[in-house]
Design a protein around this ligand. Sequence first.
Ligand SMILES: Nc1ncnc2c1ncn2[C@@H]1O[C@H](COP(=O)(O)OP(=O)(O)OP(=O)(O)O)[C@@H](O)[C@H]1O
Ligand SMILES: [Mg+2]
Length: 334
Amino acid sequence: MPNPPNSQPMPETTLNETAVSAPGAVAVPRERLAGARVLVVGDVMLDRYWFGDVNRISPEAPVPVVHVQKQEDRLGGAANVARNAVALGAQAGLLCVVGHDEPGERIVQLLDDSGVVPHLERDPALLTTIKLRVLSRQQQLLRVDFENTPTHEVLLASLARFDELLPAHDVILMSDYAKGGLTHVTKMIAKAHAAGKPVLVDPKGDDWERYRGATLITPNRAELREVVGQWKSEDDLIARVTKLRTELEFKALLLTRSEEGMTLFSDDGILHASAVAREVYDVSGAGDTVIATLAVMLGAGLSLVDAVALANRAAGIVVGKLGTATVDYDELFL
Ligand SMILES: Nc1ncnc2c1ncn2[C@@H]1O[C@H](COP(=O)(O)OP(=O)(O)OP(=O)(O)O)[C@@H](O)[C@H]1O
Ligand SMILES: [Mg+2]
């Protein structure tokens, strides 16, 4: 969803003396992306849509009665991130926990069709996260969420599985939706670090200590504000981010700023990429596309600066799409 706009206007390109505008996106051969192996770890969910007609008000309570005529299911959360990596032509594994319930089975089925390699831990006690939307005439009437936290034992099994999967991947991507799947994220980051693999984190919540040592963290404006407070100017933002990066040992931070594009903070300085969307239809899931594109490009051996330029281009494409939340190789490069 779009974030509330900042009070500060965003300068077009230059932020301060060290700031540079993003260079043009480089072309990358298909074969190079095909060799990139991304491991996505995190919270998976099922996005379910019920479509129907409303012709009357319920006699039981003053609410509309929806006669459901169609159901649509989509992979959400970490699974959508993994799907984005595959759409670009890379290899993606997905490590996550699902329950032994109908939404869990549906996720397994959808993953089978997606090209993502599933590494699922099954938790019989878990309600698989599902977000059910009830719609009539393009209007959302209600959203119903089912979720709870995986058990301790299953999370430990998932940590052991992480150890096994680590050597076979080039980049690790943590997709946190605060459903408990990343309870052991700090340990996972340390292990990846020791193995010399970059770790990208899409954060959630106000405790970022748990992401200590990540290579790159990709908050949106609201997520960053929750942790460093509201910045008063671009200089103030730079100061707050620099302090945070030093304290938590993040090599880089990419702030995604919706219609203001994105800004990369690293030891090499600050780089701003303006939003490139021609038309904006559906901004939800743009953050998933951004971090998936970054992971694929880093896995293919590109520099962080080149990866950001391509992630910005991918975001500009995906927000122009209705429904589908992925960008494929041809759309990005041709
Ligand atoms: N309204 C918009 N106009 C142009 N570009 C946009 C817009 N919204 C998003 N984008 C592009 O998508 C990128 C990511 O969007 P945003 O900062 O909203 O991430 P997000 O809040 O994590 O998204 P979500 O959580 O919904 O997936 C932005 O950096 C920008 O490139
Ligand atoms: Mg996001």
